[in-house]
Design a protein around this ligand. Structure first.
Ligand code: GMT
Length: 377
């Protein structure tokens, strides 16, 4: 198949899923065309069968806001024709779904019929999509898509509840590539960070409010009262300054390390003992899946789709959003007994294996085929 993928090219989960999906499809012999405003973060080396089309937005003094959606739509029309795409798969509804639907309508006037598949990732529904300033457009473009998928059952239900859409949504969970995400021997790194055998707790995110990183820090502060431990914070974003302030207020000193954005996150995960994900909302929790693939138990909130990944009492624990005391108690339960910690680590890995890329990518392929065959009738 000749597939067009539209996504955010940044480190965010939806962009990562879209890029990894495209790379996997290319390996399976499909031609994959990424159409976005910057080279996707994980498309940083040559891969056979992948192509990249950059969207430029012309600047004009009249524009207070660059009209990206219009430029993207025009580019989609152009790439569908020049690369003879069979379908467009857009990730994150805003503004990709509406741009693709308009491109589809423009192409139809020229006798070209291109199916549009929209994958909903989370905040495009739970935070931004349901906002009144976007809602009618998001609902329309979901309803007009030829196929819609969501990354969890929870997000599917949120979409029906918040947007009152009237169409079928297929759940296709996030996936993990074990050739990259698996525990690696980085003992020298562990010795450098935790020279006295401290337990290593880790959190990775884009440092937005929805991630509740302050809860992660407070949970760690409780753990540290009971056992020698360190907290590694990976990522960066708008909350960083507040979190640094909180660490100073709690007098956590050098026990918390801000590692910033990291490309080889799996190397760091490999030396850690426990992952924290206290999010306010989380449609799936790709960061937790990456951690589990590196054999880390997860202490998380029970928000959104996280319970579809993290199994309470088996791969970690689920607590109510904001229940720092319970999260700390459960973390200490796991960390205080090395045999128990090993049991949780094995269970986390076993669960992660259920989301192996080799099992999930064929579901997308079959979804594409079903939509193309419907179109052909
Ligand atoms: O806010 C983020 O975590 C980034 C966001 C995105 O769309 O880039 O991630 C969402 O999509 C990921 C991939 O499908 C999911 O694993 C994340 O759970 C989801 N984030 C939220 O729902 C907050």
């Amino acid at each position: 198949m000749n597939i067009g993928i539209v996504c955010y090219p940044t480190y965010g989960g939806s962009g990562v899923v879209a890029t990894e999906l495209g790379k996997a499809l290319a390996l399976r012999g499909h031609k994959v065309h990424f159409i976005t405003y910057k080279q996707p973060a994980r498309l940083d080396f040559f891969t056979e069968n992948t192509f990249y089309h950059e969207v430029y937005v012309s600047h004009y003094p009249l524009f207070d806001f660059p009209p990206y959606e219009t430029a993207l739509t025009s580019h989609l029309v152009d790439v569908v024709k020049s690369a003879q795409l069979d379908l467009l798969h857009v990730h994150y509804a805003i503004p990709h779904a509406s741009a693709a639907i308009l491109a589809k309508q423009i192409l139809a006037t020229e006798g070209i019929h291109i199916p549009v598949i929209t994958t909903l990732h989370g905040t495009d529904i739970t935070l931004v999509g349901k906002d009144a300033s976007f809602e009618p457009v998001v609902r329309y473009s979901i309803n007009m898509s030829d196929g819609v998928s969501s990354v969890s059952e929870s997000l599917k239900q949120d979409t029906y509840t918040h947007l009152k859409v009237n169409r079928e949504i297929l759940v296709i969970p996030n996936f993990i590539d074990f050739t990259r995400f698996s525990k690696q021997n980085r003992e020298h790194f562990k010795t450098a960070i935790a020279p006295n055998g401290e337990k290593l707790i880790v959190h990775t995110s884009n440092f937005r409010k929805v991630k509740r990183i302050d809860d992660a820090v407070k949970v760690f502060a409780e753990i540290r009262k009971q056992m020698p431990s360190k907290l590694l914070l990976i990522g960066d974003g708008p909350e960083r300054i507040q979190i640094e302030k909180l660490c100073r207020e709690l007098e956590l000193g050098e026990s918390v390390t801000f590692l910033g954005k990291q490309n080889q996150v799996e190397e760091i995960l490999s030396v850690c003992d426990l992952f924290l994900m206290p999010s306010e909302t989380e449609s799936f929790g790709l960061a937790a899946l990456e951690a589990m693939a590196c054999e880390l138990p997860v202490i998380s909130s029970n928000a959104g789709g996280i319970p579809e990944l993290n199994i309470d009492g088996v791969t970690g624990f689920l607590c109510n959003v904001g229940d720092v005391a319970s999260m700390a108690e459960k973390a200490l339960y796991i960390l205080s007994d090395n045999n128990r910690l090993e049991t949780f680590k094995h269970a986390a890995l076993a669960r992660a294996k259920e989301f192996d890329i080799n099992q999930i990518v064929p579901i997308y392929e079959n979804f594409y085929r079903a939509i193309l065959s419907k179109q052909a009738k």
